[in-house]
Design a protein around this ligand. Structure first.
Ligand code: ADP
Ligand code: ZN
Length: 433
């Protein structure tokens, strides 16, 4: 199902025209109503009149997380504070929080794009939707909540935590859609098994998972464990929150709501635009928001864009799975390693559970690299030889992808700490000294 066919299935030509009009309007808005933006544009010798075509966007300076911190808390608002009806803050995975103000209109845009997501997952007004993202300053909870209400679903605002109760309510109230981080979904999957309720007594069909990187392997795990369809939902506080993009039934790329959020891909080092299909840093300009529009915001997320029409009928651009943030990249003995690469390998090994930790340290000036992973209950054995063989196999498979070999530690099922929000899978002890 498609929530807003006009916008989601528009011809590429019409979409470009619409984006052009909206971009120009936003540039005018921030130039006249937000002093830091006006100053920055003047420093770059660019005025709203210079933005005539979509291609002119490259004349605009970038905005970064640093700008949001420098002008904390209200410096980048383009409306008087009296127009702001809600504040959210980024969860601070990387540094001090960043606050974003929403006007009533902005909240309307947010629930509109959220409605597109849930509709694409096959959810509707007859469904109970359990929102197990955290509520509060984090955009996950209230973002998914607004989306579920907008499609007329029955919202179950459980927030994260209290896992046993989550399962009880999921069972008793007939939850059809579950919205949470993929790592919390894994936790809930175990709790569902432990509950003793037969799976047939649950109505659960769909997961809306995001807020952290996850791999195809993790999707397979979640779909098997929970017996659902697991869909990606993407978003970030600075742009609006969850709902910037979503998968469709084809599960072949995340459609971006580009009539509201205009994407670009640039080289993360140089900031130069990259052609479609090439992996680079995702950059967004919000082209309909009033409260705190951001132009050319550097997300630090690494992905690529595909403008081919999708088999679902949508024409909106699709992004590939986020490899990770530029900041997530570990440099171990000079080699670049993304945690998602480790996850992809581990999820492909049937003897393992998708719970893992990456531990990096420096001993005698040499980086150490350790991967700790849980072994499946079925395979976990006291048989030394068998476990040694498995360890060797994992280390080799990781080496063939990463080029460096980690020390692998196999641990008992359920021994690695579970996450109720965004998982913390990397311990980089080099940063602690
Ligand atoms: P913080 O930056 O503090 O984590 P947010 O809660 O706004 O604050 O998180 C947004 C970030 O979460 C994105 O920039 C991206 O790195 C990550 N993220 C969100 N959704 C997804 C997703 N579906 N896949 C991969 N990463 C995601
Ligand atoms: Zn599609």
């Amino acid at each position: 199902m498609i929530w807003n066919e006009t916008m989601e299935c528009m011809s590429r030509g019409d979409m470009r025209l619409l984006q052009e009009i909206r971009l120009k309007k936003t540039v005018e808005h921030v130039y006249h109503n937000c002093e830091p933006y006006r100053k920055r544009m003047q420093e770059h010798d660019v005025s709203p009149d210079d933005i005539r075509k979509l291609e002119d966007i490259v004349k605009l300076p970038f905005t970064s997380k640093k700008d949001l911190r420098d002008f904390y808390p209200y410096g980048l608002l383009s409306v008087p504070i009296s127009e702001i009806v809600r504040i959210h803050a980024s969860s601070g995975t990387t540094g001090k929080p960043i606050v974003i103000g929403y006007t009533r209109n902005d909240l309307g845009i947010w629930s509109e794009v959220g409605a597109r997501c849930f509709t694409a997952y096959g959810l509707g007004k007859n469904d109970v939707i359990q929102v197990s993202y955290g509520y509060g300053l984090f955009t996950g909870g209230l973002g998914a909540h607004g989306a579920a209400e907008r499609i007329g679903g029955t919202v179950l605002p459980t927030s994260s935590g209290n896992t046993e109760k989550q399962i009880l309510l999921m069972h008793d109230l007939g939850t059809a859609g579950l919205a949470c981080t993929p790592s919390y979904a894994l936790y809930l999957a175990d709790a569902l098994l432990d509950s003793g309720f037969p799976r047939e007594e649950f109505q659960l069909r769909v997961g809306a998972f995001g807020a952290e990187p996850w791999t195809e392997g993790m999707r397979k795990e979640l779909e098997e464990k929970l017996r659902i369809k697991a869909y990606d939902i993407y978003g970030l506080t600075e742009i609006i929150g969850p709902g910037v993009g979503h998968e469709c039934e084809c599960q072949n790329g995340t459609h971006l709501c580009e009539d509201h959020f205009l994407p670009e891909i640039v080289d993360p080092e140089t900031g130069e635009p990259l052609p479609p299909g090439q992996m680079g840093e995702l950059v967004f300009s919000t082209i309909t928001k009033d409260g705190m529009p951001l132009l050319r915001f550097r997300t630090r997320d690494l992905t690529s864009l595909n403008y081919e029409p999708c088999a679902c009928g949508r024409t909106s651009v699709r992004m590939s799975r986020i490899l990770g943030r530029c900041d997530d990249m570990l440099i171990i003995r000079g080699v670049n390693v993304f945690p998602s690469q480790v996850e992809a390998v581990l999820c492909d090994i049937p003897q393992l559970e998708p719970h893992y930790k990456i531990i990096v340290d420096r001993v005698n000036n040499l980086d150490t690299f350790e991967v700790e992973v849980e072994v499946n209950e079925k395979y976990y054995s006291d048989e030394m030889a068998k476990m040694l063989e498995l360890r060797k196999n994992i280390a080799h498979r990781l080496q063939s992808v990463l080029t460096i070999m980690p020390e692998v530690r196999l641990v008992e099922p359920r021994s690695i700490e579970r996450s109720q929000g965004k998982a913390k899978r990397v311990v980089d002890k080099r940063k602690l000294v």
